[in-house]
Design a protein around this ligand. Structure first.
Ligand code: BTN
Length: 267
């Protein structure tokens, strides 16, 4: 397995304050199964450290939410996972996908420029005009030390023709939006900087994240069927609650607060 030397990549991050970043632990792999699986294994064996980062050009067993596969053409996209140390306040943990969407979305919007605004699809997709640009997978390890393994798949230089035909109408990439390539490493540096600056503070002081997410809420006003555990909720999206929960006005007019969902259908 070929590893990119981390220092080559980090050299392209001149503005990032790396004093809290464990540069020597950062690994970029040409290929792996899943960067989330790699970091989960580290965390479960007690060998993870805060801000451990693994990225890959290609994943043979990339995973999305609900056991979906996450596939990408080698070398085109950002595929990486970051280990965030958790404290005991479990109530804040559901805010992590939103914090991540804000950090990744802000980095992407700064590359796209002022003419573009992303959409945030609860709980953790970033879209542009309804087409998926990035997916976020947050997995928690409780012992021996609690960590959130935050996995991010961001379509950077992917060409539309590299997507399977069924995904072409529903996915996009920075390349497709801008018509030119963007530096994966510059973007990775911006995102790492976002976590170093704002985690964990902005999970507690959550207003900044909500102020970014709410105007970009893709599900607001839409007719939704949402499965949470064994229960299905039917109604209309009514925004994001103060803790990041999905607000759904049910067909009987009640306001349901949904903290996690296995399935969301629109229309
Ligand atoms: C989703 O949209 O369902 C989440 C997709 C998350 C994909 C990323 S790619 C890097 C990391 N490793 C994985 O196996 N999954 C995440």
């Amino acid at each position: 397995m070929v590893e990119r030397i981390h220092s080559e990549i980090v050299r392209g991050w001149p503005e990032v304050d790396l004093s809290r970043f464990p540069i020597d632990r950062f690994r970029h792999l040409e290929e792996t199964g899943s960067t989330n699986d790699d970091l989960l294994a580290r965390a479960r064996s007690g060998s993870a450290c805060p801000y451990d980062l693994i990225s890959a050009d290609f994943q043979s067993r990339g995973r999305g939410r609900r056991g979906d596969r996450w596939e990408a053409t080698p070398g085109r996209n950002l595929l990486f996972s970051l280990a965030l140390p958790l404290d005991g306040d479990r109530q804040l943990w559901p805010r992590l996908p939103h914090l991540t969407a804000w950090i990744v979305g802000s980095a992407v919007e700064s590359i796209l420029g002022p003419g573009y605004r992303l959409q945030a699809k609860w709980p953790n997709d970033l879209l542009h005009e309804g087409r998926k640009l990035a997916g976020i997978l947050v997995e928690i390890v409780l012992a021996p030390e609690p960590y959130a393994i935050v996995g991010i798949g961001l379509n950077v230089n992917l060409r539309e023709e590299e997507l399977p035909p069924d995904l072409r109408p529903i996915a996009t990439s920075l390349y497709e939006l801008l018509g030119c390539e963007s530096s994966r490493w510059f973007l990775l540096g911006q995102i790492v900087q976002g976590f170093l600056r704002h985690f964990p503070e902005k999970t507690d002081d959550f207003a900044t994240v909500l102020d970014w997410i709410r105007p970009r809420d893709f599900l607001v006003g839409q007719r939704l069927s949402v499965r949470s555990g064994r229960e299905w909720f039917e109604g209309h999206g009514r925004g994001i609650g103060d803790d990041g929960e999905l607000l759904l006005e049910t067909l009987t007019g009640e306001l349901a607060k949904i903290v996690s969902a296995e399935e969301i259908r629109r229309g």
